[in-house]
Write a protein that binds this ligand. Structure first.
Ligand code: HEC
Length: 473
């Protein structure tokens, strides 16, 4: 598979030569008639939301590929390749969205005012705004305290009266803070009150001084559990620690996030920039895994009998899921994952299924070069919904508290780049509507229903913990 991957890269660069960026494709081939700002000229506006020849991605693809020579629109299919036409569709979608939302300002939530949303009005309460550094995830202890991870490798306590304990938990496993990786997920075992297990998702590996003086890092996502006695991490056990041969130097796409259910733990290992490696069942990256919560492999996992496959794999073809949660009504598992530029996804995770990365995607490369033209393929799952432009999805949770009754069983998805929280309403396991309920107060890293029914939010830049409480309170 590794050699196939090299072939694949080699083939695409051979076939298409130097990749032209989509902005350049547009300005060279299209702006003469459609305007430098997409506002229209000889050809119509491409950002006003009006599409005479059909408004789906497929229609727009066809409009570009087939053109309309009689009316003066060039057919581009001989000149541009499929990937380039597809990248232009994504690009026009981004521009259309930017244009249509320009000047639409979401009221910035602040502690001294009420923020109105479709179903509930809320206030924000700041719990911690000093002393946290790159907080990543939150877990709620039964005694009212909270645990928060910091990316650099510290596990912090928030006391039951809402103060940040200045002393971090001592003796937690060392983490390799590298790019997006470090100490990430924290979650309690469902039977925590009796067994005391706390689970951490970390970037595990080695950091050595290389010959050039530059650090040489090798790491991968791992899952470890332990117990907290006073301020000490004790009784540590590895739940999932991949063979060191799977570690990589890449600083991207670590995944993590845990879901516990019926004695199992589900967790994510991001694809680490390995693209086609997400399709390779003999590698752990780009996969959602399932183990018993003590680390044993369930004998009914989908690939336990597949030669060379990693037996903990539950689903594959994932890029970088950083949201994972379960609908407790029917046991369905959902993820949100970062696509490339455009193409962030919400998926319902089914055992043994292939979610398609990087063979199919609704996105293109970050630098604006085209990726692939296909968004669907037999044997690969479609997302429930996708976001172009990207929102950069992070923590994900079903709301199941009692403070916001009309939000019951809706999905709340945090977003880093778009600095927002989306409420996603599902009916019969399908996304039927979405609403932005919070925006513009920082990068949203984690969203979680608290045992008190308030919606807790971890923000980065600036780093803090807030919660949403009903406006009536
Ligand atoms: C020579 C002028 C010209 C150039 C160059 C041109 N277009 Fe067009 N385009 C037109 C005209 C005129 C129409 C309207 C045709 C019609 O009414 O069906 C059109 C229609 C379209 C439509 C359909 C719009 C709708 O409302 O359904 C799309 C999409 C589009 N062009 C994209 C592009 C892209 C992308 C490029 C560059 C790769 C491009 N065009 C280059 C003139 C041009």
């Amino acid at each position: 598979m590794r050699s196939l991957f090299i072939l694949y890269i080699g083939f695409s660069s051979l076939a298409f030569g130097e990749q032209i960026k989509v902005d350049d494709l547009y300005s060279k081939n299209c702006s003469g008639c459609h305007g430098a700002k997409f506002e229209g000229g000889q050809g119509g506006s491409l950002v006003d939301g009006q599409w005479k020849n059909g408004s789906t991605d497929k229609d727009i693809y066809q409009s570009i590929a087939k053109g309309n020579p009689q009316l003066g629109m060039t057919p581009w299919e001989g000149t541009l390749n499929n990937d380039q036409i597809r990248a232009l569709v994504i690009f026009l979608r981004e521009k259309e969205k930017q244009h249509l939302t320009q000047g639409m300002s979401f009221p910035t939530p602040s502690p001294d005012k009420v923020t109105k949303t479709e179903l509930h009005d809320y206030r924000i309460e700041t719990i911690i705004d000093q002393g946290l550094k790159n907080p990543w995830a939150i877990a709620f202890l039964p005694d009212g305290r909270k645990l928060i991870t910091e990316k650099a490798g510290r596990l912090r306590i928030i006391t039951s009266d809402g103060k940040l304990d200045p002393v971090a938990i001592e003796g937690t496993p060392p983490v390799i803070e590298h790019g997006q990786g470090g100490m990430m997920e924290v979650a309690l075992h469902p039977d925590y009150p009796t067994n005391g297990w706390v689970y951490l998702g970390i970037s595990d590996g080695t950091r050595e001084k290389g010959a050039s003086g530059k650090d040489k890092v090798r790491c991968i996502t791992a899952v470890v559990r332990g117990k907290i006695k006073d301020h000490q991490w004790t009784s540590q056990e590895w739940i999932y620690r991949p063979d060191p041969k799977f570690r990589s130097g890449a600083g991207v796409h670590f995944g993590t996030r845990f879901v516990f259910d019926k004695g199992y733990i589900y967790f994510v290992v991001g694809e680490r920039g390995g693209l086609m490696e997400a399709q390779n069942l003999s590698l752990p990256n780009g996969k959602i895994h399932r183990l018993f919560d003590d680390g044993r492999v369930p004998s009914d996992n989908p690939f336990v009998k597949t030669p060379d496959a990693i037996p903990s794999i539950w689903s594959y073809g994932h890029r970088n899921p950083q949201g994972l949660t379960m609908d407790r009504r029917d046991g369905s598992l959902y993820d949100t994952e970062h696509g490339p530029r455009g193409g962030d996804e919400v998926n319902r995770i089914k055992p043994g299924s292939n979610y398609g990365w990087p063979v199919i995607t609704y996105g293109m490369n970050y630098n604006g070069t085209p990726m692939v033209s296909i968004t669907e393929k037999d044997g690969m799952e479609q997302p429930l919904t996708y976001w172009v432009p990207s929102i950069a999805p992070s923590g994900l949770d079903f709301y199941n508290g009692d403070q916001f009754p009309k939000w019951q069983n809706d999905l709340f998805a945090g977003a880093l780049a778009q600095q927002e929280i989306r409420r996603i309403h599902l009916v019969d396991q399908k996304v039927v509507s979405q609403e932005i309920i919070l925006k513009n107060i920082g990068r949203v890293r984690d969203v979680a229903t608290g045992p008190d029914g308030f919606l807790y939010v971890i923000l980065n830049d600036p780093d803090r913990l807030i919660r949403l409480v009903p406006a009536e309170n």
